[in-house]
Structures are given as structure tokens and as C-alpha cells.
Design a protein around this ligand. Structure first.
Ligand code: FVH
Length: 292
């Protein structure tokens, strides 16, 4: 419906880059919106677009049942929500946190009479409100709450519910971002290898991107092997062969004057796993060496 009265009213606490981008989409979609930010100047543009600006976090929380928080970190959440009356509120926390912080926040909210949903945002601000950009938010915590507000939560960006454990959204968020940093580390090493050569980085970039995309589906075999416990299942390039190849990578790095410090820790784990007699396996066994 296009009728504003029938759209869920939203309170938004935190108007940084992300909070502002989120808030703007609810306004544009016709959701009555109350906002608050520590620095009031950041609310001026949204007020001009139709948001009601509360004088305090307490007033903003009192305005609506659905309260969405997007602040810098967990400490800021403490400071902002301290003294607000959360009884009967549906608290959705999109602030980046650790799984332990999210679980503690869920319990903290429950003690104050609020339902709780935690979110991990898999998007940067320019992706908000652009469905084709592919961003989404992991949600975990109260399933009832998620289902009740799924339509509203889906206005800025897609939604993916990952379980009743309030820490799971943060865990999924950090897991995906950790894999991303591994990819960035590999790309950094690749660019370093050609840095002093007459090779255009812009020519390497599409080759690199296509190769990473081609290799990415390997995670499905990893998952399949972890589930079955058989790390030799479907192996094409076994660990023994891959460890035998590592001197080539290290020598090439040396010849190119490139530090091996990004690659070496992973190669060391591969060697340790091989030393355990796992030469016929894939690289999946490395995962078990990481888990204490
Ligand atoms: N921006 C991004 O690319 C990433 C994408 C993935 C998710 N993150 C997380 O989203 C949270 C908010 O990030 P942000 O981009 O909005 O961050 P800032 O623009 O720096 O705004 C921070 C807001 O937090 C307020 N704030 C900070 N400390 C306090 C405090 N002690 N008391 C009250 N408010 C506080 C700040 O207020 P002000 O400085 O304007 O007064 C902003 O509203 C974050 O968890 C990312 O990890 C974004």
C-alpha cells in the first residue's frame, strides 16, 4: 500500500554514514520515521525530507515500538540506550559487534522487557536502497520479531535470517569479512609480484578477478567435506602436490623482491597437515589445525 498510515513507524538511533543511508530509504518508502543522533546537525537533512527529530534518545525510543540502532560500536550502544525505557520495544541492533557482545545485548534487552534482533550489515552505504547492488543484512535472535518486521527491515537492503542465537548474525558477518580479507591479502601479494615489472596492474586486475570468481565455488567442496568428514572426497589437487609447489611460490616472491609474509603462514599450516600424513586430502584439513 502507498498509505503512510499503514506503514510501520520506525525509530532510528544513529545517523552516521550507514544510519543515514538506512533512514533515508524508510522515509522514501513512506514509513513514519523518528530519528536521533548525538550530533544533532546530522539530522537536519533528514528532517527536511520528513523525519521527526527527537530531542533525546529517550524520546526517540518512546516514540515507536520498532527501534533500530546503528551506532559506531557496542560501547556507543550502551551510552545511547542507557536510561531509555525499552519495555515492550522491538530492538533491532545493526551496530557491528562480536557474537559475545550480541548475545550479551540480547540478554540485556530481555532483562529490560524488549524483544531483540541483532544484525550484521553486508553492505556499504552506497549499496543501501539499491536492490541490484546485492547488499543484505544477516539477522539473528527472535524469529518472531524478524518475521513481524521482515517487510520493514527489507526496505533498505535484503534480509537473511540465520537463527535464534543472537550471536549468529555477527558470526556470519565476521566469517564473510574474514574470508574477504584473505582474498585481499592474496590479491595484494599478486600485485606486489608484478609491481616492479612492465605489467599494467589494470591488465592484471580482470585476470585476477576472473580467477578468484572461478576458484570461489571450491568452498562448496570444503563444506561437503567438513560435513562428511572425508577430506579426500572429490579431490583434484591433493595436499602433497600443493605443498610440493610451495617452493615455487616462495622462490618467485624472493626473485621479485616481495616479502612472503602474507603467504607463509598458510603454507606452514599446509606443511603441518601434510606432516600428519594427510597428503591425499584437499586443503580442508588446515581448518582443523586452526580450531583449538
Ligand atoms: N560504513 C560502512 O561501510 C560499514 C558497512 C558495514 C556496517 N558498518 C557498521 O555500521 C555501524 C555504523 O557505521 P557508520 O558508517 O554509520 O559509522 P559513522 O559514520 O562513523 O557513524 C557512527 C555513529 O555512531 C555515533 N556514535 C559514536 N559514538 C557514540 C557515542 N559514544 N554516543 C552516541 N553516539 C555515538 C555517531 O554519532 P555522532 O558522531 O554523529 O554524534 C554516529 O551516529 C558501525 O557499527 C559499522 O561497523 C558500517
Amino acid at each position: 500500500t502507498q498509505n503512510n498510515v499503514e506503514k510501520t513507524s520506525v525509530t532510528m538511533l544513529g545517523l552516521g554514514e550507514m544510519g543515514t543511508a538506512l533512514a533515508r530509504t524508510w522515509l522514501a518508502a513512506g514509513h513514519p520515521l523518528t530519528v536521533w543522533n548525538r550530533t544533532p546537525a546530522r539530522a537536519v537533512a533528514l528532517a527536511a525530507e520528513g523525519a521527526r527529530v527527537a530531542d533525546s534518545a529517550t524520546e526517540a525510543v518512546a516514540a515507536n515500538t520498532l527501534v533500530i540502532v546503528c551506532l559506531l560500536d557496542d560501547t556507543a550502544v550502551d551510552e545511547v540506550l542507557d536510561g531509555t525505557d525499552l519495555a515492550g520495544r522491538d530492538l533491532v541492533n545493526l551496530t557491528t559487534s562480536t557474537p559475545a557482545q550480541a548475545r550479551a545485548r540480547a540478554e540485556w534487552a530481555r532483562e529490560r522487557g524488549a524483544r531483540y534482533l541483532d544484525g550484521g550489515i553486508m553492505a556499504v552505504p552506497p549499496m543501501i536502497g539499491i536492490p541490484e547492488a546485492g547488499g543484505y543484512v544477516f539477522y539473528s535472535g527472535s524469529r518472531d520479531l524478524f518475521e513481524r518486521h521482515q517487510e520493514t527491515l527489507g526496505v533498505p537492503v535484503g534480509t537473511t535470517y540465520v537463527g535464534e542465537d543472537a550471536g549468529f548474525a555477527a558470526l556470519h558477518d565476521v566469517a564473510l569479512l574474514s574470508a574477504m580479507y584473505g582474498m585481499f591479502a592474496g590479491a595484494a601479494h599478486a600485485f606486489a609480484l608484478i609491481r616492479k615489472e612492465d605489467i599494467d596492474p589494470a591488465a592484471l586486475a580482470p585476470l585476477l578477478a576472473d580467477w578468484l570468481v572461478a576458484m570461489a565455488p571450491a568452498v562448496h567442496q570444503t563444506a561437503d567435506q567438513l560435513r562428511s568428514g572425508d577430506y579426500t572426497k572429490g579431490v583434484v589437487s591433493n595436499l602433497a602436490m600443493q605443498v610440493a609447489g610451495t617452493p615455487t611460490f616462495l622462490s618467485t616472491a624472493e626473485q621479485q623482491g616481495v616479502s612472503p609474509e602474507l603467504l607463509s603462514p598458510y603454507f606452514e599450516l599446509m606443511r603441518r597437515r601434510l606432516a600428519e600424513g594427510s597428503g591425499e586430502e584437499s586443503l580442508t584439513g588446515v581448518i582443523d589445525l586452526l580450531v583449538h
